[in-house]
Every structure is written in C-alpha cells, then in structure tokens.
Design a binder for this molecule. Structure first.
Ligand code: ZN
Ligand code: ZN
Length: 125
C-alpha cells in the first residue's frame, strides 16, 4: 500500500495538478462512446462509480446502463457550481478535465459482456 502522497501520485501517474484535484470528479469533457461534448453544466452526462462518462442517449440506447469498463450502472453527473458560493469550491478553481477519453464501444462485444449483467439491478451487481 502506498503510504505517502508522493507514492500515490506516482502509482496512479498523476501530475501535480491532477493530484490536487483528485478528490473531485474529473468532469470529463465528452461521451466516451460518441464523443458528444458534455460540458460541466450538461444535464446529459452520466457517470459510473469510476466516472466512466457517457451521454444519456448512449447509456440508454447503446450500453443499456451497463458500464463497458466495470459493469456498474450510471447516474446523472452532478453539476459543479460555476460561482464561488463557498471556500473556492467551484469550477474556476477546480476545473473540468479538458482531455477527452474517446473509446467507442463495440456493440457486438458489449452485447455479450452485458447480457447477464443488464438483468441485475445496479445496486445488486
Ligand atoms: Zn454518447
Ligand atoms: Zn465504469
């Protein structure tokens, strides 16, 4: 187990900037499947517990609420405040990630992967 901040930073290959915001959601900029823009104030962004990020349409129509990376379900991504309501906990201080992760799902592969999982409610997976 890593014991120091430096070890954790190295283990997960985080830049100093990433490490500083590691407690906050990354707010990834696009849908991993269709690459649609999902800005921080998007109501269409959906995330799994690992913050795999897809648009609502892809979650419903393409991956059937089964994360292709972990098998978990999705929930709407919270909106980070755009204004400094308290203690600098807002978008300008802790900005959304800028680098997209575009890794389209192969539907034929996902059908097989998700066939059994999708029958199980996310809270029971
Ligand atoms: Zn999408
Ligand atoms: Zn996931």
């Amino acid at each position: 187990m890593p014991t120091s901040k430096e070890e954790i930073r190295r283990k997960y290959d985080l830049t100093d900037e990433e490490f500083d915001v590691v407690e906050a959601l990354a707010l990834r900029p696009t849908c991993e499947h269709c690459n649609k823009a999902l800005p921080p104030d998007s109501l269409e962004a959906r995330i799994c517990s690992f913050e795999c990020t897809f648009c609502a349409t892809c979650v419903d129509m393409v991956i059937g609420n089964v994360c292709p990376n972990c098998g978990g379900g999705f929930v709407p991504r919270p909106i980070r405040p755009a204004r400094n309501w308290k203690n600098g906990n807002y978008l300008s201080v802790i900005p959304a990630r800028k680098v997209p992760k575009h890794k389209p799902v192969d539907p034929s592969v996902h059908v097989l992967f998700s066939a059994e999982i999708r029958k199980i409610a996310p809270q029971n997976r």
